[in-house]
Design a protein around this ligand. Structure first.
Ligand SMILES: Nc1ncnc2c1ncn2[C@@H]1O[C@H](COP(=O)(O)OP(=O)(O)OP(=O)(O)O)[C@@H](O)[C@H]1O
Length: 265
């Protein structure tokens, strides 16, 4: 039996915006197993990023409880990968990937071997001494992913990390992420607007309702690993699953659109 890694019970978050109470999400209960890759999908404004920020400890919930099993207190609890601007512009690729390890004072020889390993995994050995302004958007995100895994956190939190990329770069980075994840099997909570991305990467997809968000559905993704994106995309099962998820998400997106203009900006 797999060990539980994250337990969330009746979580709710409210903000005060222009003297009005805005409920970002409510009644969220969720358990995520150790080593599980979970994606969260839902219409814009349903509270996905806020939920991730609460899991990361960057926001406090208004009510409810959350517990993350911290098995090894020598390891960082979490690492985050954002959509953009995730890496330090004044550091080289090597220094960026090494950042968490440097902070934890990992001995230089161990740090070097970890960073070399991830440079290979993201196909950026030749860019180790380059600075972010010399890289494409896709390369920057690859560095960001490598940095998060290199620091060996207990959980990884990724907020639409590939949304800003073109389709070709996106497909390549998804395949790289799959390879790195399949080797590490870290617990991942991944936010995306793309049903396709969620199916390709995840063990389970959680769907949130239109604002104020709550969990309304979940889907187990049974594709065996290691996964090959091309094989999955061409299967009938994938197409059926995509349609099933889209039919439900579409309803929430439509509800969300009909509420536009009703919330304080
Ligand atoms: N710091 C804040 N102060 C006030 N309201 C906030 C704050 N952060 C988020 N909200 C509100 O909470 C709700 C949920 O926002 P959130 O960004 O979590 O949604 P989302 O699902 O991640 O959206 P998107 O998919 O567009 O990124 C929105 O109504 C938003 O305006």
């Amino acid at each position: 039996m797999q060990v539980e890694k994250i337990r969330i019970e009746q979580l709710r978050k409210q903000f005060v915006k222009k003297n009005k109470m805005v409920e970002a999400f409510h009644s969220i209960s969720l358990q995520i197993k150790d080593g599980e890759f979970v994606s969260i999908v839902g219409p814009s404004g349903c509270g996905k990023t806020t939920l991730l920020r609460v899991i990361a400890g960057l926001e406090l919930p208004t009510s409810g409880t959350m517990h993350i099993q911290h098995h090894d207190s020598n390891q960082p609890l979490n690492a985050m990968v954002f959509q953009e601007h995730s890496i330090f512009p004044w550091m080289t690729v090597r220094e960026n990937i090494a950042y968490g390890l440097t902070m934890r004072k990992v001995p230089p020889s161990i740090k070097k071997s970890i960073v070399d390993h991830y440079l290979l995994k993201i196909n950026m050995v030749n860019f180790a001494e380059s600075y972010p302004h010399q890289l494409s958007g896709g390369m920057k995100q690859r560095v960001s992913v490598a940095r998060a895994f290199a620091n060996d956190p207990e959980i990884l939190l990724m907020d639409e990390p590939f949304t800003a990329l073109d389709e070709q770069n996106r497909l390549l980075i998804q395949q790289e992420l799959l390879k790195i994840w399949e080797e590490n099997q870290k617990t991942v909570v991944f936010i995306t607007h793309s049903i396709e991305e969620a199916i390709l990467l995840s063990d389970r997809i959680i769907m949130m309702s239109a604002h104020p968000g709550t969990l309304i559905a979940e889907y187990e993704i049974p594709f065996p690993r290691p996964r090959k994106i091309e094989e999955i995309r061409s299967s009938t099962f994938y197409k059926n699953m995509f349609n099933e998820i889209w039919m439900q998400l579409k309803e929430e997106v439509e509800k969300s659109r009909s509420m536009e203009g009703m919330l304080p900006i």
